[in-house]
Design a protein around this ligand. Structure first.
Ligand SMILES: [Zn+2]
Length: 341
């Protein structure tokens, strides 16, 4: 029964609404199909939610890693990423009693904290966070590969996380170069090298989930060859590395979605269904507060490249409509009703 619910959660979060021209179009269902085929043909939100439930006990730390976009184009990052991170952090806290730690570049942390506060999960200093439940902490991740490797090890030593979730977090390709979805290259000194967190998780046997919408985000290493065939810049990028945008960084579970935030909302909905508690998924009022707070804190819509409360070119109304529909899928799945004939 849970897998039926999650089947339609998967479909809801994979409805593509891209511009007719500009960014890659018609790729969402192909990336989803590739990710699904590579993971035993089971609904992907089910795989992620089920894995997180098994990995996390009350009081366990979970790293929630996000932050996309680079200055000067997207100076404080995108509206896709921070709200998804906040939604999954809230769901893991409300649903499982986990203690979320946000991890992002300093430039992106404002919108991450604003999103969390918008959805009703306060972010506290590490010392206070350790003393109580019902809150999150935030840890700035440095730019550059060496600093990233050092910080990844410190995070695992400090928090001993039992799970890691990456939301819209760029990963390098086979040449070690990060790329925008259209193939612009970005060297590792411009980026949080969060692949070091994925590497550390794998080395320490910590469960990991990657959520993305393009194939250049951490998690898509599981289907890198499919990404190379699906994305226009999949095989050949616009930078001297010439090896395309597909990342080679893998996670235990990959969730491909139309918008990364929606993938995170989908996992929150799946957790709500599995826990039989609809409130594990945030409300439409939470969503409205969160997206406004995220944009006000400096995040840009990545498709318009403007500081507006929209996500990948979709309106605020679409975000709340999606939450409405996810709640209906979950709520109805928990009902029993005989119509009498
Ligand atoms: Zn390149």
């Amino acid at each position: 029964m849970d897998q039926i619910t999650c089947e339609y959660i998967d479909r809801l979060v994979n409805i593509e609404m891209r511009f007719g021209q500009g960014l890659p179009r018609g790729v969402t269902h192909r990336l989803y199909d590739a990710a699904r085929a590579a993971q035993g043909d089971v609904p992907l939100t089910f795989l992620a939610a089920d894995g997180l439930r098994k990995a996390l006990k009350r009081g366990d730390h979970v790293l929630v890693v996000t932050g996309a976009g680079t200055p000067p184009w997207l100076p404080k990052g995108e509206t896709d990423g921070p709200p998804g991170a906040a939604a999954i952090a809230r769901a893991l806290e409300v649903g499982l009693g986990a203690k979320p730690v946000y991890v992002a570049e300093e430039r992106n942390m404002g919108p991450v904290i604003a999103s969390s506060e918008g959805i009703g999960l306060a972010v506290m200093a590490e010392s206070d966070f350790a003393k109580r439940d019902g809150v999150a902490a935030a840890s700035v991740f440095p730019l550059g590969k060496d600093a990233g490797a050092k910080e990844a090890a410190r995070l695992f030593d400090r928090f001993a996380p039992k799970a890691v979730v990456f939301v819209e977090k760029a990963g390098p390709n086979s040449a070690g170069i990060f790329h925008s979805i259209l193939g612009t290259g970005r060297t590792d000194d411009m980026m949080a090298n969060a692949q070091e967190i994925a590497r550390e998780a794998k080395a320490r046997g910590v469960f990991s989930v990657g959520i993305g919408d393009g194939g250049n985000e951490i998690g898509f290493g599981k289907v890198a060859e499919a990404v190379r065939g699906i994305q226009p810049a999949g095989r050949v990028c616009k930078c001297p590395c010439g090896q395309g945008v597909a990342t080679i960084v893998e996670t235990d579970v990959l969730l491909s979605a139309a918008v990364s935030n929606w993938g995170a909302y989908g996992i929150a909905a799946a957790l709500a269904a599995l826990e039989r508690r609809p409130e594990v998924l945030h409300s439409t009022a939470d969503e409205d507060r969160m997206i406004l707070a995220c944009a006000a804190a400096g995040a840009f819509d990545g498709a318009y490249a403007r500081q507006v409360p929209m996500v990948d070119g979709t309106s605020q109304a679409v975000q709340t409509s999606l939450i409405t529909m996810l709640h209906e899928v979950v709520g109805n799945s928990l009902k029993s009703y005989q119509r009498g004939f």
